[in-house]
Design a protein around this ligand. Structure first.
Ligand code: ATP
Length: 358
């Protein structure tokens, strides 16, 4: 029997609650399948670890997870620690050296979930946003001088390379081609940002020639927010920079009903390093420890994890189980207007996996 090694990094806030639910669901799906198993190693990295050790993860942290088949991540963020430390010290400290350059974020309205958009159901909203995850506005290039003085200066330089843009563009075109509508929207801000964003547009046009069967269009990011709200059915696959897609995907998550549902995969498509799967939401300290965190975003991330490791049938089975559970309002957590608790949703998904005949 094949055993996949999973590194579980719950992180902070509700991360612990949703990742332990996610690990239970992974065990259930493996048991149901019977042909593979998971060996899960837990790593207590994050804000509390920082308070004890002065860093978010050990110096050799990446070496400890480099050989795992996948990483299941919760969230990094702590009320007592500045966000840039928690982000750069853990999540980005894994994503960037492991070259997880494709951040993939599917959005659909699941059965039983209501979009805040009037008259919009699953038939009008089915998107995948591909976020460039290795450079751009989050490259970490910049600095500060004369700190605290009236002369203080600070820069964040958005850095785009031809290789970086070409590889994410190619990934996005391939993904668009694999979906029924074969449709890609390339988002930039090439009217105002006249260097790097113009290069994005040029590279998009070049790569598009390799994919004559994919229909593609260009959109400025501000106009894209309107299109997502007003004409969601015209959108399918979207590719955008690190910053632009970060914002668009939070909008997408909200339009799909709740931040608690949305999943994401940080992929190293060449598989030289493990890829990382996580819910889109953050540590949500306001609901931490209350037992009401919605675990669906983590379960859907597990679906992406299963697809990535090549267990497509198990992925489809888990997605069906999730949809069967969201269809029943009895299993809606408070973020969806219900009263269900994390453990009840988890138990319902595990039951549905067992009942699923597919
Ligand atoms: P961070 O700084 O780590 O990004 P945050 O609290 O600023 O965390 P989120 O964690 O993304 O941002 O959450 C925003 C709000 O959405 C939270 O206050 C919480 O009420 C709600 N929320 C997020 N995730 C969930 C979830 N899984 N279940 C229920 N509510 C959630």
């Amino acid at each position: 029997m094949k055993t996949y090694k999973i590194a579980a990094i719950p992180g902070d806030g509700i991360g612990g609650e949703v990742v332990s639910a996610g690990v239970e669901v992974l065990a259930a799906i493996a048991k149901r399948d019977g042909k593979f198993a998971f060996a899960v190693d837990h790593f207590d990295w994050g804000g509390e670890y920082y308070k004890r050790n002065g860093r978010m993860m050990p110096e050799n942290g990446r070496d400890l997870i480099r050989k795992h088949d996948a990483i299941l991540f919760g969230s990094a963020g702590h009320p007592d620690i500045p966000d840039h430390i928690t982000l750069w010290g853990l999540r980005l400290a894994i994503c960037q050296p492991f070259d997880q350059y494709a951040n993939v974020r599917p959005t659909r309205i699941l059965p039983g979930i209501k979009s805040p958009l009037r008259d919009v159901g699953p038939d009008r909203l089915d998107w995948v946003i591909v976020r460039e995850n290795s450079e751009g506005e989050y490259a970490g290039v910049g600095g500060r001088a004369h700190q605290g003085s009236p002369l203080e200066v600070a820069t964040d330089v958005a850095m785009f390379t031809r290789a970086g843009v070409a590889r994410i563009m190619r990934y996005a075109f391939k993904l668009a081609r694999s979906r029924p509508r074969k449709k890609l929207t390339v988002v930039t801000k090439s009217n105002a940002q006249r260097h790097a964003m113009v290069m994005w547009d040029e590279i998009a046009a070049e790569i598009a020639k390799e994919f004559p069967d994919v229909a593609w269009d260009k959109m400025l990011v501000d106009a894209m927010t309107m299109r997502m709200v007003i004409k969601p059915e015209t959108v399918d696959t979207v590719v955008a920079t690190n910053l632009h897609a970060d914002i668009l995907s939070d909008l997408a998550a909200a339009l799909a009903g709740s931040l608690g549902i949305a999943p994401t995969a940080n992929l190293n498509p060449e598989r030289e390093f493990p890829s990382m799967f996580e819910p889109i939401h953050g540590s949500a300290f306001d609901i931490m420890g209350k037992g009401i965190a919605n675990p669906i975003g983590t379960f859907w991330s597990n679906v992406m994890l299963l697809e990535h490791i090549g267990e497509g049938a198990a992925a489809a089975r888990l997605m069906k189980a999730i949809e069967c559970v969201t269809a029943n309002p009895r299993f809606h957590t408070p973020d969806l207007g219900g009263k269900a608790r994390t453990v009840e949703v988890t138990a319902a998904v595990i039951d549905a996996i067992g009942a699923e005949n597919a």
